[in-house]
Design a protein. Structure first.
Length: 336
């Protein structure tokens, strides 16, 4: 019997967590066969060796795509997705892990009983690697946690998400055929290197093409270690991450002619966020790029943006601003 579900695991330098991830998938109690497609992205630690050990012990389930050079998360993910053989797709990052052994079974039941549903997702928890404790993410609004939602009602929220994702892909099970159609129609949406992520595109096209189902069950522990891409502490890395994700939002907004006050406000927030990263990095090239992006994204000024760029337009003001910020940070730490 062919695999009905393919679980994608993208991993890079995660020797401390990858076994936990694979164990959480292998514990799934599902009435249909499933495969695990591991995209090992040329790690420099023992991640590949650990994956190979698991594949030797579970040759009927685990298939490794061992990259000979580092592809990055986007190409690694979509190469795995194209190599997958399942009707339905799930994924779990190499530092996250599932906590419900019936996750796949519950989601599969909904997709089989409701052909109009393109994706099912669930609740989840943040997992602090340092302490081993869990805590809930920022609460989702009520529309995002309805049992069934017309996906088109979620598109604006997906394009403008900045904190809790509308759909956490590592909690999801979705229809591969929907992705394949979208991929053939617009490969650049998924492969553009300047978009910097893979989950927003999937969430968007699934919502565009059907209903989205939600289960309130907690099925995932999402690692919030400092090394995650979206949680990187480096101002420069944060700048590039925000720029890339906002480029994707602009692409989707333009392609699907999405305009609203919410979207306008989102782009103003992103320009301000990028401006502040440039300010804290004391980087003139970043500052100038933000000005260009403001025009490209058709963002109108507001007071915070104008003030930030006024300070960065004068070398002395910029230095004074950085000094004031440093004193503020030191005072805040001293009060703790």
């Amino acid at each position: 019997m062919e695999n009905v579900i393919s679980v994608i695991v993208c991993t890079y330098n995660q020797e401390k967590t990858i076994a936990r991830t694979l164990d959480s998938i292998l514990m799934q109690q599902c009435r249909v066969p499933f495969e695990i497609v591991v995209g090992e992205d040329c790690s420099t630690d023992r991640t590949l060796a650990i994956c190979q050990d698991y594949a030797q012990r579970h040759p009927d389930k685990i298939h490794i795509l061992a990259n000979i050079h580092n592809k990055g998360v986007v190409d690694n993910y979509f190469d795995c997705l194209l190599a997958a053989r399942g009707t339905y797709i799930a994924d779990c990052a190499g530092d996250d892990f599932w906590t419900d052994p019936l996750k796949l079974e519950k989601e599969l039941t909904i997709l089989e009983e409701h052909p109009e549903v393109t994706l099912v997702h669930t609740d989840w928890r943040c997992y602090d690697e340092a302490s081993g404790t869990t805590f809930p993410p920022k609460a989702a609004d009520s529309q995002l946690t309805q049992p069934f939602t017309n996906g088109r009602e979620l598109l604006e929220r997906i394009v403008t998400q900045t904190q809790r994702p509308v759909i956490h892909l590592c909690t999801s099970l979705y229809r591969r055929e929907v992705f394949l159609r979208a991929y053939q129609e617009d490969t650049d949406l998924f492969r553009n290197k300047d978009f910097g992520c893979e989950d927003v595109q999937i969430a968007f096209i699934m919502a565009q093409n059907g209903q989205i189902a939600y289960l309130p069950d907690v099925t995932l522990n999402y690692s919030v270690a400092d090394t995650t891409i979206s949680n990187a502490r480096s101002e420069e890395k944060q700048y590039h991450f925000v720029r890339q994700v906002t480029n994707l939002s602009h692409y989707l907004r333009t392609k699907y002619q999405m305009e609203s006050p919410r979207i306008d406000d989102y782009f103003r927030q992103r320009i301000f966020a990028l401006s502040m990263h440039a300010f804290r990095c004391h980087n003139k090239e970043m500052r100038d790029e933000v000005k260009t992006l403001k025009q490209t994204w058709h963002v109108s000024d507001n007071l915070p943006i104008r003030l930030t760029h006024l300070v960065m337009s004068n070398a002395l003001l910029w230095q004074i601003g950085l000094m004031v910020r440093k004193l503020f940070v030191l005072t805040k730490k001293a009060r703790r």
